[in-house]
Design a protein around this ligand. Structure first.
Ligand code: FAD
Length: 381
């Protein structure tokens, strides 16, 4: 992955960011190299490298370009993985191979105009109509939403049942009809990835496309987000490492700056952030990998175990994303005016780093997850 990024991708990323273009040709190359389904088993045309292998790949991508990391994260971690873990054999045959091989692009539709952090409050509805459900509602800020052919979409089947029981997950193929892009957002960062508002209007989804048990959608979303947060933390490790590399390369060439203790502290603090992030991220990837293997084998995981895993992925996501932002900010300070100028990756990297503190649950929400589980379970850390 490192070699592939260096030789085929790195020189293009500045262009796609500034042009705010989706890097279609690059994503095709990721697919050709087998990088669109890294944790998915070989039998579904993935690379079968587990969550840990996937995380290491995302870490490398995070060093080079978070837009690419975001596109691949939504496609693989949030769309292909839940189909792998919860789909029927038929659903996997029909959708997973195309996603894992990169023949088709995937997206994850949970957030709505009135339901971000409060995801249980979604208003998109699924109404039974013979042999299919009709989906109606608007999904907001959906990565790949304007381009994806396959969506995992969450809709309320019965608002009176609450989140656990009242929300179902559906595999939606754009060809079903009733799916349109209302808006593609302009953003401060990850500008080469697209973030779209997607409207479902009487979108007919066959009964066979309910993902997992009917009513189990919220749990499916939380599970996908556990994997998403662990891999997102690995992307942020890449952000810390790129900041550190840029600082060290710079001071080697600038002896006056190198001799300053304030600069040395910034390098040391960034090295601490990079190292600590690697440890917390790798631990959570490892744990999620085991968790997903157990789910794939059909094991029922007790709630207290699930919540402990979520606490750890929340810690990894919050810690690593904040570590990446402060590391990139330090690198800008070390380079002085040069750090503020476009072209060395820092200006783009810094803008790109902010989103990791927001998406897949803001870091405030991660802190709520951590504190609530500690208080209710009485666990130590
Ligand atoms: C570039 C981008 C890509 C995205 N991709 C996807 C995607 O592919 N699929 C998808 O479904 N969603 C996606 N999202 C949505 C994203 O996950 C949400 O924006 C995020 O969860 C936050 O929700 P919100 O924006 O509604 O913020 P809000 O929920 O409105 O939060 C606003 C502020 O209030 C705080 N807050 C809210 N509730 C609480 C609480 N209970 N306690 C303490 N503080 C609280 C938050 O931390 C935040 O500071 C994306 C967003 C962006 C910007």
């Amino acid at each position: 992955m490192r070699e592939f990024l260096r030789t085929e991708i790195a020189d293009t990323v500045e262009y796609f960011d500034k042009a705010e273009f989706f890097p279609e040709e690059n994503i095709r190359k990721f697919a050709q190299h087998g990088y669109m389904g890294i944790p998915i088993p070989l039998k579904y045309e993935g690379a079968e490298l587990g969550e840990f292998g996937y995380g290491l790949a995302v870490q490398e991508i995070g060093k080079v370009c978070s837009s690419h990391g975001t596109i691949i994260g939504a496609h693989t971690g949030l769309c292909a993985v839940p189909i792998w873990l919860f789909g029927t054999d038929e659903q996997k045959k029909q959708y997973l191979n195309d996603l894992a091989s990169g023949r088709k692009l995937g997206a994850f539709g949970l957030t709505e105009p009135g339901a971000g952090s409060d995801a249980a409050n979604i208003k998109t509805t699924a109404t039974k109509s013979g042999d299919h459900y009709l989906l109606n509602g608007t999904k907001q800020f959906i990565t790949n939403g304007d381009r994806a052919e396959t969506f995992v979409v969450f809709a309320a089947n019965d608002l009176t049942l609450g989140a656990f029981g009242g929300i179902s997950a559906f595999i939606v193929d754009r060809s079903f009809g009733g799916v349109s892009t209302a808006k593609v957002e302009k953003k401060m960062g990850i500008r080469a990835s697209t973030t779209a508002q997607v409207v479902f209007q009487d979108c007919p989804v066959p009964n066979d496309n309910v993902l997992g048990s009917f009513g189990a959608g919220f749990l499916i979303a939380l599970t996908a987000l556990d994997g998403g947060r662990a891999s997102l933390s690995a992307g942020a490790v890449g952000g810390c490492e790129s900041a550190l590399e840029i600082m060290i390369d710079w001071v080697k060439e600038h002896p006056r700056v190198r001799s300053l203790q304030s600069v040395q502290w910034m390098i040391a603090d960034t090295a601490i952030d990079a190292h600590a992030s690697r440890l917390v991220s790798y631990e959570s990837l490892e744990e999620v990998g085991v968790y997903f293997d157990r789910l794939y084998r059909g094991e029922k995981i007790p709630r207290v175990e699930r919540e402990a895993i979520s606490r750890h992925t929340a810690m990894a996501k919050a810690f690593c994303s904040e570590a990446a932002s402060r590391s990139l900010e330090r690198a800008i300070q070390v380079l002085g005016a040069e750090g503020f100028i476009e072209g060395n990756g820092l200006e783009r990297g810094y803008r790109d780093s902010v989103i990791a503190e927001i998406y897949e649950g803001t870091n405030d929400i991660q802190r709520l997850v951590i504190a609530r589980d500690l208080i209710s379970s009485g666990a130590g850390s």
